[in-house]
Design a protein around this ligand. Structure first.
Ligand SMILES: [Zn+2]
Length: 136
């Protein structure tokens, strides 16, 4: 399946730099201790700008729900249809969700509620992405 090649901008660069070191870093607000993802200019919880920093999380979560993409309109992904698209909720902060194709999990056989962990896949020279897999 073709992978999304990240195009980091100023705001997301710390996230992608972390991914390239096999670390999952999320924005964290020192004023209210909220995590947020994807990164934003201001804290979505308290509105602070200057209190936003980055904090590493363990990268454990569980599958909250999923759909199977059977008639998506993205040309480059059409050959891979049908494929899973799961919502992964982070255990450290249930307000944080990621999307995942769950590599290794057969289509239509997503175990909702199952524990998952982050791992890192190389998609280009020196460029990793984060993905999620069911833990056994
Ligand atoms: Zn805040």
């Amino acid at each position: 399946m073709p992978k999304v090649i990240p195009a980091p901008d100023e705001l997301s660069k710390p996230f992608w730099d972390g991914v390239n070191k096999k670390r999952l870093l999320l924005q964290n607000c020192a004023a209210c201790d909220a995590y947020q993802y994807p990164p934003r200019e201001t804290c979505a919880t308290c509105g602070s700008v200057e209190s936003l920093g980055w904090k590493e999380v363990r990268g454990r979560g569980h599958i909250s729900s999923y759909i199977v993409i059977e008639d998506g309109r993205l040309d480059r992904r059409m050959p891979d249809q049908p494929y899973n698209l799961a919502v992964v909720t982070l255990d450290e902060d249930p307000g944080i969700n990621f999307y995942s194709n769950l590599p290794g999990t057969p289509v239509h056989q997503v175990p909702v509620g199952a524990a998952v962990e982050v791992f890192f896949e190389e998609v280009g020279p020196g460029q990793l992405i984060h993905e999620w897999r069911v833990t056994r």
